[in-house]
Design a protein around this ligand. Sequence first.
Ligand SMILES: *[C@@H]1O[C@H](CO)[C@@H](O)[C@H](O)[C@H]1NC(C)=O
Ligand SMILES: *[C@@H]1O[C@H](CO)[C@@H](O)[C@H](O)[C@H]1NC(C)=O
Ligand SMILES: *[C@@H]1O[C@H](CO)[C@@H](O)[C@H](O)[C@H]1NC(C)=O
Ligand SMILES: *[C@@H]1O[C@H](CO)[C@@H](O)[C@H](O)[C@H]1NC(C)=O
Ligand SMILES: *[C@@H]1O[C@H](CO)[C@@H](O)[C@H](O)[C@H]1NC(C)=O
Ligand SMILES: *[C@@H]1O[C@H](CO)[C@@H](O)[C@H](O)[C@H]1NC(C)=O
Ligand SMILES: *[C@@H]1O[C@H](CO)[C@@H](O)[C@H](O)[C@H]1NC(C)=O
Ligand SMILES: *[C@@H]1O[C@H](CO)[C@@H](O)[C@H](O)[C@H]1NC(C)=O
Length: 506
Amino acid sequence: MLERKHHRHAGIVAGVMCLVHLIQSAAGTFVGVNFGTDVSDLPEPEHVVDMLMSMGVGQVRLFDANPRILSAFAGSDIQVLVGIPNQLILSVGSSDMTASKWLQNNVLAFLPNTNITGIVVGNEVLTDYTIAATILLSTMWRIHNALAAVNLEKEIKVSSPHSSSLIIGAFPPSHASFNETYSTSVVQPLLDFLCATGSFFMLNINALALYQQSKPFMSLDYVLFRPNKGAQDKDLNLVYYNIFDAVVDAAFNAMAAMNHSELPIVVSEIGWPWMGNPSEVEASIENAGTFNGNLIKHVLNNTGTPRRPGMEINTYIYELFDEDKKVGLNSERYWGILSTNQTPIYRLDVSGSSIRDLTNGSSTPNQSWCVAKREVPDSQLSNALNWVCGQGNANCGPIQQNGPCFSPDSYQSHASFAFNTYYQKTAQVSGSCDFGGTAIITYSDPSYGSCSYSLSATSNMTYDPNGGNPNGSSSRATSNVYGSSYFAQLMSFLSVFLCVFLLEMK
Ligand SMILES: *[C@@H]1O[C@H](CO)[C@@H](O)[C@H](O)[C@H]1NC(C)=O
Ligand SMILES: *[C@@H]1O[C@H](CO)[C@@H](O)[C@H](O)[C@H]1NC(C)=O
Ligand SMILES: *[C@@H]1O[C@H](CO)[C@@H](O)[C@H](O)[C@H]1NC(C)=O
Ligand SMILES: *[C@@H]1O[C@H](CO)[C@@H](O)[C@H](O)[C@H]1NC(C)=O
Ligand SMILES: *[C@@H]1O[C@H](CO)[C@@H](O)[C@H](O)[C@H]1NC(C)=O
Ligand SMILES: *[C@@H]1O[C@H](CO)[C@@H](O)[C@H](O)[C@H]1NC(C)=O
Ligand SMILES: *[C@@H]1O[C@H](CO)[C@@H](O)[C@H](O)[C@H]1NC(C)=O
Ligand SMILES: *[C@@H]1O[C@H](CO)[C@@H](O)[C@H](O)[C@H]1NC(C)=O
């Protein structure tokens, strides 16, 4: 049978392939976020992408393959994991043709503009959707083979998240093993698959549930990454100071027992609800802020775990928004780290990490500014600046010599100011902060010293042929400074910009 053949194939190449992939995957550790859509007032996907970029989030996991959302990620630097929901596994995995068709419609159709880096087949199938347990692995192989048929198997990895409850005897971690019901029939060949294809093991951790089960033996400090006495694993003579490390090492030890200690572990879901049922006292705003803030700092610090110090454990926080349309306990619904209605839920102390807290202070997500991206070369910014101060009619007076925003005298700074005036002029319409991909929306006020970045349109910024400046001189002066090769550059730049704009208007 098909699955058998695949398993044998995996067994033969596993040893060699794993080493190769280990060397290749040497990128920095990241914290991404799960983006579920069971949300009653879901913002426009473009707005969500802007929010993620503004937070410094570079990786997102979707639970399905919503085309509207996948399109919104186009042109962003965000890496996207696309999901095959449990309910679709039986149909998508029923033949090579169905798998390849799913891939075509839900992944290939969005490449290369949307950077899809992984396909997640099902979620917690072995504990939550066992009807698909026997077809899970063959579905993963079929998707992988369909990727290989178009030479994308190296760029796009296939995996499947498992609940930490699949791991039995996780405390102490050295005693952990996979549930015997599935260990030889599914888990072993699944690990072989991950190894052979250079993929990673995905682990979902519900820290609150684990705490609730083990309350008499476990302190809340241990769960929330706060200072505590630690828990000893006597067999390996290791001390654990938080539940995250303990569960990750339990998974590691369980995999090592199956000769797959080389596989990277990605924590695909972990977070904390900020509200629960009355009995769920630990589901609180304070604990959610503490847990998620400490988690982010812990992961990005690259501390690794006691078993594997320094190991990268890429992690996806569960989750971006509250999924209020979900049924079940309150604590199923209130895991969001951002609210959709522009008000902060709680403060996330992520100081010292690359993640930014949008809920910090006065800058709420509906107040946005447009600035130049940091890594864009001056030559591109110069083109964009020519356009925005010329044809774009932005008020560029303040960045002229002696203007309040002239200093610092850099393309980065001048373009940022000009982009923002244009963006505000268009009433922050989606797509008006692009400028050929050189601009990005920010939710923190870029104003400094005497230079004030406006938040809304003023009468200075109309489409008046004189540049809209009552003085009539400012925009001409601007053209002298930034407009030297104005016409030469206009066409290429304008076409890109207009395309974006017209698409938005449709
Ligand atoms: C997608 O992300 C990967 C991983 O970081 C990166 O190597 C690649 O260049 C990105 N592709 C595009 C088209 O941006
Ligand atoms: C192992 O999985 C089976 C099937 O889901 C389940 O019935 C059993 O309770 C699990 N074993 C343990 C020890 O959790
Ligand atoms: C792991 O490898 C050892 C040594 O090669 C072997 O004896 C053992 O059977 C393997 N275990 C599994 C679960 O494959
Ligand atoms: C960060 O890593 C250093 C060195 O490994 C360690 O001493 C420190 O406790 C870590 N901090 C956090 C917040 O994990
Ligand atoms: C964000 O929080 C930090 C730490 O509390 C504080 O110092 C900083 O001023 C805050 N930023 C804003 C914009 O409020
Ligand atoms: C942001 O939203 C809040 C609440 O809806 C509102 O009071 C505030 O004026 C808005 N800010 C801007 C800049 O639109
Ligand atoms: C127009 O711009 C000038 C200089 O930038 C400023 O002083 C003036 O207040 C602006 N006019 C309005 C109506 O905002
Ligand atoms: C208008 O022109 C005067 C005189 O040239 C100049 O001092 C002033 O800065 C200009 N105002 C604007 C808004 O550019």
